[in-house]
Design a protein around this ligand. Structure first.
Ligand SMILES: *Cc1c(COP(=O)(O)O)cnc(C)c1O
Length: 391
């Protein structure tokens, strides 16, 4: 059994909240199903790093498992161990290691650990010897991303050492893997170049006698648009949460995806102000005439980008409004023009978009960033409310 223990379904109405990020777990499950249809011959690893891209790692991991994700992926070992502590027993890979580990805890918790260099192989092997267990190791090759991963020049040494450790029973090499740099730019020449480098690294590993269970390189854009990259396993993150990896490759709905998070806040104040009234720090916005302002009680401490000052969209009273002046730490204002709303009415910052609200992609454009950053940076001060249609 790989599913996490169930949790009580959340309710937005239970306690009054200034703001909330409602996460639709049925959407997460449907997104995993849609991704599995895109990669029908591969297993699926749902990437739940950074608290599930801000959506809540545990409930999203549970939903992904329910929808058939046979693997979970995290960046740090601490994130992986938290999933184990919450009861997840399925296959789980974590890849962002620094000297000191916690290798031993990961090996004891049956977490697959990624190794990109000799220092990490040595530490993983030492942990395995100390625990008397065989460490499950996945070797990562840098096929051109220039970030984590073993350089091709150093690959022969790493695979030979891994094979030797496997022969003595210290390690089992369960995976050979890599990561794309430009999979979200269809036709980019680095895509075939990385695939070719990956195939070479695989062949070299097989020549020294390694027989990995899973070979994988596909992130969300590759899962959605590069079928020849699927190998044994696909490793989507952002698309599990229903966002498109890039507006250039398509909207979520074009891939059968639905954004899972809706961020809203209760209006804290509505007031009439005269013409020429400065709004928020620096008076970057000055009312062009007598008007009504509504105060939205979230700010950059809650992850609302200050770069969206004067540009961020919000659905208030059935219409899109724009952040008036600067986003402050805890609040910002919108100008309702001739309209009015009540204190306590809901302002929707973003959601799936089908109630007329903006999307995380709209906020990304307003702030000059990507939707990944918008959802992932929603602060811990904003409660996550998980809606679930399963027990
Ligand atoms: C974050 C991450 C992913 C998921 O990427 P998406 O673009 O969100 O699908 C996959 N693999 C690795 C190594 C990652 O760091």
């Amino acid at each position: 059994m790989t599913a996490l223990p169930g949790g009580a379904p959340g309710s937005a109405a239970a306690t009054p909240m200034r703001a909330r990020a409602v996460v639709d777990l049925a959407a997460v499950r449907a997104n995993v199903h849609a991704l599995r249809e895109r990669a029908p011959r591969a297993e699926l690893m749902a990437v739940v790093k950074s608290d599930g891209y801000g959506h809540g790692a545990l409930p999203c991991a549970r939903a992904a498992r329910q929808a058939g994700a046979t693997w979970l992926g995290t960046a740090t070992p601490q994130e992986a161990l938290a999933l184990r502590a919450a009861g997840d027993t399925g296959r789980l890979l974590c890849w962002l290691w620094t000297p000191g580990g916690p290798w031993r805890e990961a090996v004891e918790a049956d977490v697959d650990v990624s190794v990109s260099g000799m220092w990490a192989l040595r530490e993983a092997a030492a942990a395995a010897r100390a625990t008397g267990r065989t460490a499950r190791v996945q070797l990562k090759i840098d096929t051109g991303l220039g970030r984590n991963g073993c350089q091709p020049a150093d690959w022969p040494e790493l695979i030979s050492a891994a094979r030797a450790a496997e022969a003595e029973g210290t390690l089992a090499v369960t995976g050979i893997w890599s990561h794309f740099a430009c999979a979200d730019e269809p036709g980019h020449p680095s895509i075939p170049a990385q695939l070719a480098a990956y195939r070479e690294a695989l062949a070299a590993a097989e020549r020294v006698g390694l027989a990995p269970e899973v070979r994988h390189i596909a992130n969300s854009p590759a899962t959605l648009t590069i079928p020849e990259s699927h190998f044994d396993l696909v490793r989507p993150g952002i698309s599990v949460y229903g966002l498109s990896p890039s507006p250039e490759i398509g909207l979520p709905a074009e891939f059968g995806l639905r954004p899972a998070m809706t961020l809203s806040a209760d209006i804290a104040l509505v007031k009439r102000v005269p013409s020429g009234h400065g709004v928020s720090y620096g008076h970057q916005y000055v009312t062009p005439g007598e008007t009504t302002l509504a105060l939205i009680p979230v700010g950059y401490a809650d992850g609302i980008p200050r770069h969206a000052s004067g540009t961020g969209p919000v659905l208030v009273g059935g219409k899109w409004r724009t952040v008036a002046g600067r986003v402050a730490m805890d609040q910002f204002a919108v100008d309702l023009g001739g309209d009015t709303v009540e204190v306590g009415d809901e302002a929707v910052l973003f959601g799936p978009g089908d109630r007329g609200e903006p999307t995380a992609e709209d906020w990304a454009r307003a702030a000059g960033t990507i939707s990944y950053e918008i959802v992932t940076r929603i602060g811990t001060r904003v409660p996550r409310v998980h809606l679930d249609d399963l027990p």
